[in-house]
Design a protein around this ligand. Structure first.
Ligand code: PLP
Length: 399
């Protein structure tokens, strides 16, 4: 590991005893991302797209430079295909809102039991409100989305396919390409939840050929409060603005109004300017260090952890073959929340519960699991500490 790597994250310095193993929920924040935000607030604080004075113009330029960065990060065809939102959740809700006017009884949406609530709930509501049929993707024995089966599930009734690129509980990468090809053959659109993919695997929306894709800044070493909605220009241009207001309106009459072109059309009101500006250094860092490096490091740690957990008969692992550094497990007969309290007393941060993927927990037939997720700032020492405390938690709850 790069020796100075940990020093790039102030939170590590400020919490010397912390073992942070919850990056799938939110990664630690990169110093340069924080610096960019502080610099904006200290030097400027001006709004974008409005004030025709130096600070306003500079702020607009910094904000738009971040859009260029995101476009490059996911290989978008043009910068106007990038919309800044509050996060993946808002991006998904914007899409579901739009399709509510288009779908009707008899149409079908295909999704999966692996989906995070952010991608599931907006489309469950959409299905309920429109009378659309919700069909769940076939999962294989490991509970992976079975691409070959999904291709067979797609028919002329299918209008939307909404799938996760990487599962936040199983760490599985979905083989999306054949699904997208088949969806397009029948005229369906594909929405990809890339919240877990963005920090771990390179995304190329043109090669993937998805219609829409969403992710959040806070899982990519960037700030909270900023997310991305990508859409192919033509598809995005059809979207009904979820919000209307300042910054997106062109002409206003007493009873009529016209809106700006993309991207402003879908960014009503004052956006999270500091967060958008803070996102660019975070994504640049991922690009510089490389997804390959991030994934290799996470998988290296994951293998060590899994090999160790497998030697403990009191552990049940739900995803021993995860594709990225996410491991979900339980201590048999001990509630995950009890384990978490124990770990927390020892400054170890893991996620326990349903991980906002309640359908998957139903498949597990349990109400809660423990999830460990790795990022570049983790090392073997973190695993050692985790295992020590897991072992003592097991001993403690046996007595
Ligand atoms: C796969 C996945 N989708 C969506 C989300 C929701 O992201 P946000 O809370 O930033 O909107 C998450 C966050 O945990 C996630 O892991």
């Amino acid at each position: 590991m790069e020796s100075t790597l940990k020093s790039r994250f102030k939170a590590i310095d400020k919490n010397p005893s912390l073992v942070y193993l919850d990056s799938a929920a939110s990664s630690l924040k990169l110093n340069t991302s924080l610096d960019a935000m502080i610099d904006y607030y200290e030097r400027s604080g001006a709004n974008i797209g409005r004030g025709n004075y130096v600070l306003g113009i500079e702020t607009t330029q910094a904000y738009e430079a971040s859009r260029d960065m995101v476009a490059a990060f996911i290989h978008a065809n043009q910068r106007e295909e990038i919309i800044f939102t509050k996060g993946t959740t808002q991006s998904m809700n914007m899409l579901a809102y739009h399709f509510e006017k288009l779908l009707k009884i008899g149409d079908e949406i295909i999704t999966s039991e692996l989906e995070h609530s952010a991608a599931l709930l907006p489309f469950q509501r959409l299905a309920k409100n429109t009378g659309t049929t919700l069909t769940y993707a076939v999962l294989d024995q490991e509970l992976r989305i079975d691409s070959e089966e999904v291709v067979k599930q797609i028919s002329s009734l299918t209008k939307l396919v909404v799938l996760t690129y990487v599962s936040n509980v199983m760490g599985y990468i979905t083989h999306l390409k054949p699904i997208i090809e088949k969806a397009h053959q029948v005229g369906a659109l594909v929405i990809v939840d890339a919240a877990q993919a963005a920090p771990h695997i390179p995304i190329d929306v043109q090669t993937l050929d998805c219609d829409f894709l969403a992710f959040s800044g806070h899982k990519c070493f960037g700030p909270t409060g900023v997310g991305i909605l990508y859409g192919k220009y033509e598809a995005l241009n059809q979207l009904t603005p979820f919000e209307v207001g300042g910054g997106m309106v062109d002409e206003v009459d007493l009873y009529e109004q016209t809106y700006f072109e993309l991207p402003e059309r879908l960014e009503a009101g004052t956006p999270p300017i500091a967060e958008v500006i803070g996102l660019a250094p975070a994504l640049r860092y991922i690009k510089d260090i490389g997804h390959e490096y991030i994934l290799k490091h996470a998988k290296f740690l994951q293998k060590i952890l899994i090999d160790e957990l497998k030697t403990r008969s009191y552990i049940h692992i739900y995803n021993p073959n995860a594709d990225i550094g996410i491991t979900t497990f339980n201590i048999k007969n001990v509630h995950a929340h009890d384990v978490q309290s124990f770990l927390s007393e020892h400054h170890i941060a893991v996620r326990t519960g349903h991980h906002c993927a309640k359908l998957l927990q139903k498949r597990f037939q349990t109400s809660a699991t423990i999830r460990v997720s790795f990022q570049i700032y983790n090392d073997e020492e973190d695993i050692k500490k985790l295992l020590e405390v897991i072992d003592s938690a097991f001993q403690f709850f046996q007595t």
